[in-house]
Design a protein around this ligand. Structure first.
Ligand code: NZQ
Ligand code: ZN
Length: 386
């Protein structure tokens, strides 16, 4: 196990009917900017619950943050924060609203002229305006981590940012919010969380057994509850298991002391930029090809995953590892997510030159836990995914 530091300051309120807890978490004299997406919270009752809880606060609303939060929209929210002298942010939404709020928390205190530099120059956010979260969609883990991914359409970019100043102060996880999520977004959440575990697990053996076993448990849990939550999104037990599995998949715990990969996400973000494919769908397209292409480097962990997660006990390391990739792909299919790029777009052949160019220009020349995946390898992975 490698040396590590671990600090996660986000306070979680998990359970039924806890949205009113925001009133006791936000400082009494705060001037609050409530941020949300394209309107789902106005149809499912979450908006009313939040407004009721915020009755005693001075609140300004900013709605319309789109999926894959867009920089130009966020700049408008930043202007509101400055004009209205906002002191506290409240994100009510899924990963996109939370990530947008994290960008604003950083940009509000940023002293440079151009907030895009935070993303393009990779400036770490040591401090941020304080913010809280009401999670409406389990998937990203953004409610309990300090990372954010922001898109900018005019320059065809989707870039990450983060730092210790960007943990939510608190997050309300009321699993009942899942009842109104459409099936395709629930499937996205399952595949995103599952792939988060894979990115932190599917590397090489390091003897970090506890991290491995926690990761395997999260994956087993997701496999078990996937059909339950898809068949009945109002099943409270399944809601709880789904929501907490997604949070645990990316709150920092399982990545401590182990190597991590993140190649699937790096390529996936580019597919979203180029074709507008949902984040989780891009992961389902890339993960199987990535593991097939980098088979030799990953076969030990693939075989361990085969045995412990998929109960594949017969065969050589290679046979088990190969079967595990097939099982993973079949799992993505079972929730209704396709795993070939050509199933999403006729222009699939544009992906390899676009991403080769994008990575080369940005100096992303080495990816993966061994830092040995080059832009030319990325082209091969993409070709396997067509
Ligand atoms: O816009 P609204 O009205 O909120 O509707 C959303 C949106 O249309 C809808 N939705 C959310 N909660 C709902 C609901 N509909 C009905 N009932 C509810 N309770 O679902 C749609 C998708 O929402 P979005 O927030 O975009 O989804 P998700 O949580 O999957 O977030 C995706 C974004 O997070 C980034 C992705 O790249 C993408 O930009 N990620 C963030 C990470 C992080 N910060 O740690 C890690 C991830 O790997 C990922 O990159
Ligand atoms: Zn993800």
């Amino acid at each position: 196990m490698n040396n590590f530091e671990f600090k996660n300051p986000t306070k979680i309120h998990f359970g039924k009917g806890l949205i009113n807890k925001i009133a006791s978490e936000i400082p009494a004299h705060a001037k609050v900017l409530m941020l949300f997406g394209s309107g789902s919270i106005k149809k499912n009752g979450i908006y009313e619950q939040v407004k009721t809880a915020l009755q005693s606060f001075e609140v300004i609303e900013f709605g319309g943050i789109p999926a894959n939060p867009e920089y130009q929209v966020l700049l408008k929210a930043l202007a509101v924060i400055k004009e209205e002298k906002i002191t506290y942010l409240l994100a009510v939404g899924g990963g996109s609203v939370i990530d947008g709020t994290k960008f604003l928390a950083s940009a509000a205190l940023y002293e440079g002229n151009n907030p895009w530099d935070i993303l393009e120059k990779g400036i770490r956010s040591e401090v941020g305006m304080p913010f809280g979260v009401v999670l409406t969609l389990p998937a990203t883990g953004s409610e309990m981590n300090s990372g954010s991914v922001i898109s900018r359409r005019e320059t065809n970019q989707k870039l990450g940012m983060g730092g210790p100043g960007l943990f939510p102060q608190f997050s309300i996880l009321d699993p009942q919010v899942i009842s109104s999520i459409p099936a395709n977004q629930i499937a996205n959440g399952i595949v995103d969380a599952f792939t988060h575990v894979l990115e932190q697990y599917m590397t090489y053996p390091t003897g970090a057994n506890l991290q491995d076993r926690i990761s395997e448990s999260i994956m087993q849990n997701l496999i078990e509850i996937a059909p339950q939550i898809l068949n009945n999104p109002s099943d409270y037990n399944a809601q709880c298991e789904f929501m907490w599995s997604c949070t645990m998949a990316l709150n920092g715990l399982i990545q401590k002391g182990v190597p991590t990969d993140w190649t699937v996400h790096a390529i996936g973000h580019e597919l979203t930029v180029l074709f507008g494919i949902d984040h989780a769908q891009t992961l389902a397209i890339i993960a199987p090809s990535h593991y097939r292409y980098n088979f030799e480097n990953k076969k030990e962990k693939l075989a361990q995953y085969a045995t412990r997660v998929w109960n594949i006990t017969e065969g050589t390391i290679e046979e088990k590892a190969n079967l595990a990739i097939d099982k993973t792909e079949a799992f993505f299919h079972s929730v209704g997510i396709k795993t070939h790029l050509s199933e999403y777009t006729d222009n699939f052949k544009e992906a390899a030159p676009f991403i080769f160019d994008s990575f080369s220009k940005r100096g992303i020349l080495k990816l993966g836990e061994r830092q040995n995946i080059t832009p030319s390898d990325v082209v091969k992975i993409l070709e396997l995914s067509y």
